[in-house]
Write a protein that binds this ligand. Structure first.
Ligand code: B12
Ligand code: SF4
Ligand code: SF4
Length: 341
């Protein structure tokens, strides 16, 4: 029997290594108004790029006029090894940044996907993270998991550890039904957040989030949040780690997401990285995007929170040779260490 169009598309997704593929109608996003209210309140902070053409972000038909379907994809990135942070003075990287940059990995798969769909008569636009599309809204509508109280999309089998990606297509594919939200009475993600960034269920104020401060925020990190950042030097996984739905999570089969050597490097060593060394260490990692200055800024905060008197000489060397942004954070780190000693 000939395969239905939907089955053909799902089989392409599987062959390309996606863990889930579901379909939603290409229409205005269900929570478009909440997104606008979030922007109007300035909760995007420094992420000014989110204010550009918000209408397009809310409706995929403004990305592709004849769009009929949003194909929503999930890819597991759960690393096969445990977190080394319990060892002496290592800074913590969010798990999504342990391996190769997912934008590079997934983009390649999406290109191949789009070409395969062209052969089936479709025209496509595809996105992973960077695109002007409310990815989690379409995931919820298509039943690709449900929206957790942390705002992270939860999948009954993958837990929290997956990336989303979409192809907006002119192909008319029968949409899938949403699945029930299974958070129940749990509030662990809200309760554990070190900076109270989840202000109510499904609502995150990015201006309070450690992931935002360590990745997106451009300048000096506000004093009131520095201690709460702890040893996190790139992103934050706290509201993901506590989610009980991660009990079913299995390691990703995508070798490009396996952990790189930098997750085992002691904090102090990062301070010695030249611009060139930074680029060779993080060349194909998501960390590269924030650049050396902001990365060293984060390292200083983590050293201030976890370091001891032995770390002071290298922080002093940092003050002597680095720019104002790094210097200011290194000075803060020294004060923190001294106040603890
Ligand atoms: C900006 C951004 C951030 C910002 C703001 C996050 C935020 N919660 O808004 C910051 C820098 C803080 C961030 C952090 C992280 N991010 Co981010 N981020 C994005 C980005 C680019 C846009 C999100 C956005 O539009 N925010 C605005 C708010 C209003 O929208 P939203 O959170 O998506 O909320 C909508 C849904 O909640 C939706 N919704 C859907 N279903 C339901 C159901 C109900 C009942 C309700 C009320 C609402 C609702 O309504 C809201 C409005 O539309 C997306 C990619 C994309 N294009 O969507 C990735 C994305 C959300 N990030 C991702 C990841 C992995 C992370 C981190 C885990 C990284 C880390 N470890 O440090 C953290 C998680 C923090 C968290 N609790 O969300 C993944 C999430 C995958 C997943 N399983 O959910 C995405 C989808 C990228 C990707 N392609 O995989 N991120
Ligand atoms: S990523 Fe960290 S800081 Fe941001 S909401 Fe989750 S627990 Fe809070
Ligand atoms: S920690 Fe609990 S409330 Fe938060 S997303 Fe997971 S199940 Fe839902």
């Amino acid at each position: 029997m000939a395969l239905e169009l939907e089955d053909k598309v799902r089989s392409i997704a599987k062959d390309l290594g996606f863990d889930e593929c579901r379909f939603s109608v290409a229409r205005k996003a269900t929570h478009a108004n909440q997104f606008q209210a979030w922007l109007d309140d300035g909760q995007n902070g420094d992420m000014k790029w989110m204010e550009r053409s918000p209408e397009r972000r809310k409706d995929p038909r403004l990305l592709l006029e004849e769009a009929r379907t949003v194909i929503v994809l999930a890819i597991n990135y759960y690393p096969s090894r445990s977190d080394p942070r319990s060892k002496d003075k290592l800074g913590r990287f969010a798990k999504y940044a342990w391996g190769e940059d997912y934008h590079l990995v997934v983009d390649k798969k999406l290109k191949a996907f789009a070409s395969a769909l062209e052969e089936l008569g479709g025209e496509q636009r595809f996105y992973v993270d960077y695109g002007p599309i409310l990815e989690r809204d379409f995931a919820t509508d298509s039943g690709l998991g449900w929206n957790g109280k942390s705002t992270v999309q939860i999948h009954p089998r993958l837990g929290t550890w997956f990336f989303l990606a979409e192809l907006v297509t002119t192909l008319n594919l029968a949409s899938d039904d949403p699945i029930p939200n299974r958070c129940g009475k749990c509030t662990q993600c809200i309760d554990c957040c070190p900076t109270q960034a989840i202000t109510s269920p499904h609502h995150l104020d990015a201006r309070r989030c450690i992931s935002y401060f360590t990745i997106e925020h451009q300048g000096s990190i506000p004093q009131e949040f520095r201690e709460a950042i702890g040893d996190r030097i790139f992103g934050c996984d706290d509201c993901l780690e506590v989610c009980p739905w991660n009990r079913f999570a299995k390691a990703s089969t995508e070798v490009k997401f396996s952990a790189r050597e930098y997750i085992d490097m002691p904090l102090k060593e990062f301070l010695a990285l030249s611009e060139e060394n930074f680029h060779s260490l993080f060349g194909r990692s998501p960390v590269k995007r924030i650049g050396r200055d902001r990365f060293l800024r984060n390292v200083c905060i983590a050293l201030g929170n976890t370091g001891n008197m032995c770390d002071i000489p290298c922080l002093k060397r940092t003050i002597a040779k680095e720019n104002q942004l790094i210097r200011e954070h290194a000075k803060w780190a020294i004060e923190q260490i001294k106040s603890r000693s």
